[in-house]
Design a binder for this molecule. Structure first.
Ligand code: SF4
Length: 67
């Protein structure tokens, strides 16, 4: 089952594209997989009440990925 925020998550909306294979592993593991409850973006949202920047990965690292 997908993460509850899958439809509105900035990371997914920006990087879940067919040609952006760099993010597919994160999406499979976190957004659609067993580690969704460990997502640092979810932790951020719970802590601050808003979404982190789109460039924050589910691991918490912030990277610039060319899309
Ligand atoms: S990045 Fe995190 S908050 Fe966004 S859809 Fe994936 S698991 Fe959910």
């Amino acid at each position: 089952m997908n993460c509850d925020l899958f439809a509105i998550c900035g990371f997914v909306r920006k990087y879940n594209t067919p040609h952006n294979v760099a993010c597919h592993g994160f999406i499979t593991r976190f957004c659609k997989g067993p580690d969704k409850d460990k997502c640092k973006r979810l932790e951020y949202r719970r802590a601050y009440g808003l979404q982190p920047e789109d460039e924050m990965l589910p691991t918490g690292l912030i990277v610039k990925i060319d899309i």
